[in-house]
Write a protein that binds this ligand. Structure first.
Ligand SMILES: Nc1ncnc2c1ncn2[C@@H]1O[C@H](COP(=O)(O)OP(=O)(O)OP(=O)(O)O)[C@@H](O)[C@H]1O
Length: 335
C-alpha cells in the first residue's frame, strides 16, 4: 500500500469552516488513528480523501500522486464504515469479488483473485456463507479482503467497531492490528474513543475544530501533550489543571498524584474528599480544593473516607505546564 500526504486542506459547509489548513501524513504500512470529538471534521476528512467531497483548497497525495482531480474509483482507496458495510444479501465470496465488478477481469481471473485473498485471510471455508453467518472478527477480515482484492493504496476506516459488543471489541482491535502489520496496510482509522486510539495507532492525530492539534505515537501524546486540549482529551479521568501563578496552568495526571509525599520539593494540594469511585483495578478519589476539583488514582487497599482532609502530592518532574493564553505546552516547571 502507499503513503498519504495532506497539505493545507480546507473545507467549509455553508460558510462554516470544518477543515482549516489541515496537514496530515501517513507513511506506507502505518496505522494512524484520527481521534476527535463529534463534529471535529473526521468523517469530512475521510470523504475528501476518498473523493466523495471536493476540497475548497489544499492538496491530497496518495503514493506521491496528487489525487485532487481524480474520481473516487481512480484514487483506489477502500473505505470501511460502521459494521464494515458488507452486502448482507451477498455471499462472502461475492462480497470479496464486488470491488472487481465493472473492471476488465474475466470470470476466471475474478475467481482466482478471490480464492487467493480468501486463503490469505483464512476465509476460504466461508465463501458461501452470508455476512450474518460469520463472526465479527471474520467480518472484519472480509472487509480487509475487499481492500486487498482490488490492490487498494489506502484503507480508510470510520469507526468500524462502534457497534461491536464491548467484550468482542478488544479481540477485534487486536486482530485488526495483526492484519495491518501482516499485510503492511496503510490505514487512516477514525474514532472518538481514546482507548481505541491508544491501542491501535502507530501514531495518533488529535483533531479539534478542523486542525490537527498533535500527531505523535500514543506514549508521546500521553506523556508530552502539545497543548491543553490534547492533555485533557486523552486520559481517564482527565488531567487535573490548577493555576500556576506564572500566567500558566499546571497539569497533573491523576495517577501522578498520591497521598504519600515522597520528596520535600513535591507539589502539594490540600483538599477534602468529595467522592470515591471504585473502578475495579483502582479507586479514583475526587478532592474539593481551593484550586478546583482534583482527581487522584489510588490503590483499592488505601482507605479513604468521605469528608476526610487530605494532601495530594506530585513529584515536580511529573508536572505539565501550559500557557493560559493559548493552552500551548510550556517547558516543565523544573527547567
Ligand atoms: N454535507 C454537509 N453539509 C453541511 N454540513 C456538514 C456536511 N457534512 C458535515 N457537515 C458538518 O461538518 C462538521 C463536521 O462533521 P464530520 O461528520 O466531519 O464530524 P465528525 O468528526 O466525523 O463527527 P462524528 O464523530 O459525530 O461523526 C459538523 O458540524 C457537520 O454538521
Amino acid at each position: 500500500m502507499a503513503g498519504l500526504a495532506i497539505r493545507k486542506l480546507c473545507k467549509s459547509f455553508a460558510g462554516r469552516i470544518v477543515l482549516d489548513h489541515l496537514e496530515l501524513s501517513v507513511d506506507p504500512g502505518q496505522l494512524v488513528v484520527l481521534l476527535g470529538a463529534s463534529g471535529s471534521g473526521k468523517t469530512t476528512l475521510l470523504r475528501l480523501i476518498a473523493g466523495l467531497e471536493t476540497p475548497d483548497a489544499g492538496e491530497i497525495a496518495i503514493g506521491g500522486r496528487e489525487v485532487g482531480r481524480l474520481s473516487p474509483r481512480q484514487r483506489n482507496v477502500s473505505m470501511v464504515f460502521q459494521d464494515f458495510a458488507l452486502y448482507p444479501h451477498m455471499s462472502v465470496g461475492d462480497n470479496i469479488a464486488f470491488p472487481l465488478r465493472g473492471r476488465k477481469f474475466s470470470r476466471a481471473q475474478v475467481a482466482s483473485k478471490v480464492a487467493d485473498v480468501a486463503e490469505k485471510l483464512g476465509l476460504e471455508a466461508l465463501l458461501d456463507r452470508r455476512p450474518d453467518q460469520i463472526s465479527g472478527g471474520q467480518q472484519q477480515r472480509l472487509a480487509v479482503a475487499r481492500a486487498l482484492v482490488r490492490d487498494s493504496q489506502l484503507l480508510l476506516m470510520d469507526e468500524p467497531l462502534s457497534n461491536v459488543d464491548v467484550r468482542r471489541r478488544d479481540a477485534m482491535r487486536y486482530e485488526l492490528r495483526s492484519l495491518q502489520k501482516e499485510f503492511a496496510l496503510t490505514v487512516l482509522y477514525v474514532t472518538h474513543d481514546q482507548t481505541e486510539a491508544m491501542l491501535l495507532g502507530d501514531q495518533i492525530a488529535v483533531i479539534d475544530r478542523g486542525v490537527i492539534q498533535q500527531m505523535a505515537p500514543p506514549d508521546v501524546i500521553y506523556d508530552q501533550p502539545a497543548n491543553r486540549f490534547v492533555a485533557q482529551f486523552i486520559g481517564s479521568p482527565p488531567m487535573n489543571f490548577i493555576p500556576d501563578g506564572r500566567a500558566g496552568l499546571l497539569g497533573i495526571r491523576p495517577e501522578d498524584l498520591s497521598f504519600r509525599s515522597a520528596g520535600e520539593d513535591d507539589l502539594k494540594i490540600d483538599g477534602v474528599v468529595d467522592a470515591v469511585q471504585c473502578l475495579g483495578s483502582h479507586n479514583v478519589v475526587h478532592l474539593r480544593t481551593d484550586e478546583g476539583p482534583v482527581a487522584v488514582i489510588v490503590d483499592r487497599q488505601q482507605r479513604v473516607e468521605l469528608g476526610e482532609q487530605l494532601t495530594a502530592c506530585a513529584a515536580r518532574c511529573r508536572l505539565h505546564r501550559f500557557a493560559t493564553s493559548d493552552g500551548a505546552r510550556l517547558a516543565s516547571p523544573l527547567i
